[in-house]
Write a protein that binds this ligand. Structure first.
Ligand SMILES: Cc1ncc(COP(=O)(O)O)c(C=O)c1O
Length: 477
């Protein structure tokens, strides 16, 4: 494709995207397709000649859009918001269009230095002190894995330079809670700690936050058994009920034993744009690393996960590579992000944050976040006031966990009932929520925060919920 052909096709594509976004609320929220239905529309043989762009574009409407669960739909209340602000989409397109290669400072100085700039802007916008330095990863999962790898090496006095974990005399221990994201346990296993060295610390039964007393006792117990505490993962905003672990208490305990503290704020990092929310991660300055996803609630299109450390030397010591073909005369005087993480090649992700912050502006983002929190409180109030309905956990940010208890239904029958009404709503395409388990019983998470979701949409959701909960087998107009 020549630049001129690209220009013509690109204009059409941008128009198509704008139309798609404008008409999004007319589409069913959840994809109404059966498994395999999308795949079977494509030939199982690869193309054998170039095709016209218009044909490919037309196929987006016919073959791709029906297979999308519309994360940007204002009636999407599932999982966590995965906003893709159009300002950040422009940044993402720019990143692709520039076709840069990020493998060293020299391979694209702007890529490195804009990343430094936007990470520092985000540091300031979330009230973190100057002691933090950041980078952009693809996901919070990779950030957590990286934190655990670094913590492992620090705790084992850099065993990677000797026999690795296989030469360690003491088992290294990771601490988290059962409320922490599944990526934490996965990271602990991938980083070689082993399942039996992953301690799930008790949580407060109401707030679901890690019990710092239980953590302190477990660390003491592990030390007495000749184990070595290595890292605590504290979550700011858990996936299930948006619980906040007591970071100040956790860092105070961890500090006594030189245990690394990683703060997983994948979801709640966005809330830290609001000064009034920062008490929720009080103590964060004493942690060793923090990760959070602008690609969730804040709305910088996937993939955009910030990872901050106080001392990048810990990353560099564990992950630095310096092959001859990547050396240049500026080495030592510039940031080499390849030494701050696992991959060598990186995209110019900083552009989507740059575009998002400059085109939408932090004030508009803050206003939207405050709107979502108010909508969540309003929704929780409606649920609380309705007989038989229950809000199951404190509404700290924008997620409201609910259950309906019709008289005479309990135990497994209650689970079946809960799943029946939420599945009926999701299947209708009118709204989407995710069911999840709390204390082994199904509940429904109403996660408010799509960019276009207004109070009217939340009120409509509540109408749908009450309708389907009363009459799961019927349609609602
Ligand atoms: C608290 C928490 N941590 C980590 C993750 C993983 O995020 P990612 O998809 O960026 O790996 C999630 C995802 O929802 C999350 O809620």
């Amino acid at each position: 494709m020549t630049p001129e052909e690209f220009r013509i096709a690109g204009h059409k594509l941008i128009d198509w995207i704008a139309d798609y976004r404008q008409g999004l609320d007319e589409l069913p929220v959840r994809a109404q397709v059966e498994p395999g239905e999308i795949k079977k529309q494509f030939s199982n043989l690869p193309p054998d000649r170039p095709e016209n762009f218009d044909i490919v574009l037309a196929e987006l409407d016919r073959k791709i859009v029906p297979g999308l669960t519309q994360a940007q739909h204002p009636m999407h209340f599932g999982w966590f918001p995965s906003n893709a602000s159009l300002a950040s989409v422009l940044g993402d397109i720019t990143s692709s269009g520039l076709g840069t290669l990020g493998i060293s400072w020299e391979s694209c100085p702007a890529l490195t230095e804009v990343e430094e700039v936007v990470c520092d802007w985000m540091r300031q916008l979330t009230g973190l002190s100057e002691q933090w330095e950041g980078t952009i990863y693809d996901t919070a999962s990779i950030a957590c894995l990286t934190a655990l790898l670094v913590a492992r090496e620090r705790a084992s006095d850099y065993s990677q330079n000797r026999a690795g974990l296989q030469g360690c005399k003491k088992p290294l221990i990771v601490y988290a809670t059962l409320e922490s994201h599944s990526s934490i346990a996965k990271s602990a296993l991938l980083a070689g700690f082993g399942k039996q060295n992953l301690r799930m610390i008790a949580v407060d039964p109401t707030t679901r936050s890690m019990s710092s007393e239980a953590l302190a006792m477990q660390i003491e117990k592990d030390i007495s058994k000749n184990c070595q505490p290595a890292v605590v993962v504290a979550t700011a905003g858990t996936t299930g009920v948006t619980a906040f672990d007591p970071i100040a208490e956790i860092t105070a305990i961890a500090g006594q034993y030189r245990v690394w503290v990683h703060v997983d704020a994948a979801m709640a990092g966005t809330a830290m744009l609001l000064p009034e929310c920062r008490h929720l991660w009080h103590g964060v300055e004493e942690a060793d690393s923090i990760s959070w996803n602008p690609h969730k609630w804040m709305g910088t299109i996937l993939d955009c996960a910030l990872f901050y450390v106080k001392d990048p030397q810990y990353l560099i010591r564990v992950m630095s590579t310096n092959p001859s073909y990547l050396r240049s005369t500026v080495d030592g005087g510039v940031t080499q992000y390849r030494d701050w993480g696992i991959p060598l090649g990186r995209r110019f992700r900083a552009l989507k944050l740059l575009f998002h912050l400059r085109l939408d502006g932090p004030d508009a983002i803050r206003e939207r976040i405050r709107r979502d929190m108010e909508n969540a409180r309003w929704f929780a109030k409606q649920v609380d006031q309705e007989t038989g309905w229950q809000v199951l956990a404190p509404v700290t940010l924008q997620t409201v966990c609910i259950r309906h208890h019709p008289r005479g239904i309990s135990g497994d029958a209650l689970d079946t009932y809960t799943l029946s009404w939420v599945n009926a709503i999701n299947a209708s395409g009118k709204a989407f929520m995710s069911a999840s388990k709390l204390d082994e019983r199904w509940m429904v998470r109403v996660s408010i925060g799509v960019e276009d979701t207004t109070r009217q949409h939340v009120a409509e959701l509540w109408r749908l919920i009450k309708h389907y909960a009363d009459r799961p087998g019927t349609d609602c107009f």
